[in-house]
Design a protein around this ligand. Structure first.
Ligand code: CA
Length: 225
């Protein structure tokens, strides 16, 4: 799950990004509307966390443009403004939720999870392929009901593969899903994570195998009987 963060307070942005990552989400952070628009044009985000007072304009303008374009991406507005008018303006502009500053990162994570659980989003479900399961709320991975501890990155990779169980996931999609803009993406990293994950699954005797389709991508599938 990849989240776009738009916040011009550098320290707050870093704090939010770290908080979202600790919650198992991928976060791309930007300080201006222009950068956020550019990111939205290239990445299909699962949700947006939007500050209103930004150096190059009002976050609500971005929100209105998104809705005008027909985007239904869930948007949570962050604001220090506590006047009722501002809340109404935010919701009128198409915000799904809002949070007043200051707030606890735990509450932000809970609100984002709630947005991602809405119809059309599939957080809050248990994904499975063969006897491999991932509870997308607790981030717990199990093989034949036995919990298998994985790193956050391995879990994220498994989630992408589970969501397309039996179908090929292009390597490019895995790179985009696993890493934010700030990260150096090297294709070796994807290969390394896949390799570790494959090893873990085989160690616990999972009835699902990660296949490599050279030059194309990867596929998690049950072995044919
Ligand atoms: Ca601001």
């Amino acid at each position: 799950m990849r989240i776009l963060l738009v916040e011009d307070n550098e320290r707050l942005l870093q704090f939010l990004a770290a908080g979202l990552r600790s919650g198992g989400l991928t976060a791309d952070g930007f300080a201006t509307l222009a950068e956020a628009e550019a990111a939205l044009a290239t990445v299909a985000y699962d949700a947006v966390v939007l500050d209103l007072g930004l150096p190059d304009g009002d976050g609500l303008d971005l929100l209105r443009r998104l809705r005008t374009r027909g985007s239904s991406v869930p948007v949570l507005v962050l604001t220090a403004r506590d006047g009722i008018d501002d809340r109404v303006r935010g919701l009128d502009a198409g915000a799904d939720d809002y949070l007043l500053k200051p707030f606890a990162i735990k509450e932000l994570l809970a609100r984002i999870r709630a947005l991602l659980r809405r119809p059309g989003h599939c957080l809050g479900v248990v994904l499975s392929c063969g006897d491999v399961t991932l509870d997308t709320t607790t981030r717990q991975v199990a093989v034949a009901d036995q919990v298998v501890p994985l790193s956050p990155r391995e879990t994220e990779m498994l989630e992408h593969l589970l969501r397309r169980c039996g179908r090929v996931v292009p390597k490019r999609a895995l790179e985009e899903g696993l890493y934010g803009f700030q990260d150096e993406v090297s294709s070796n990293i994807v290969e390394a994570v896949v390799s570790r994950l494959r090893k873990r699954l085989s160690q616990v005797g999972a009835r699902a195998v990660i296949h490599t389709l050279r030059g194309v991508g990867y596929m998690l599938a049950e072995p044919e009987a």
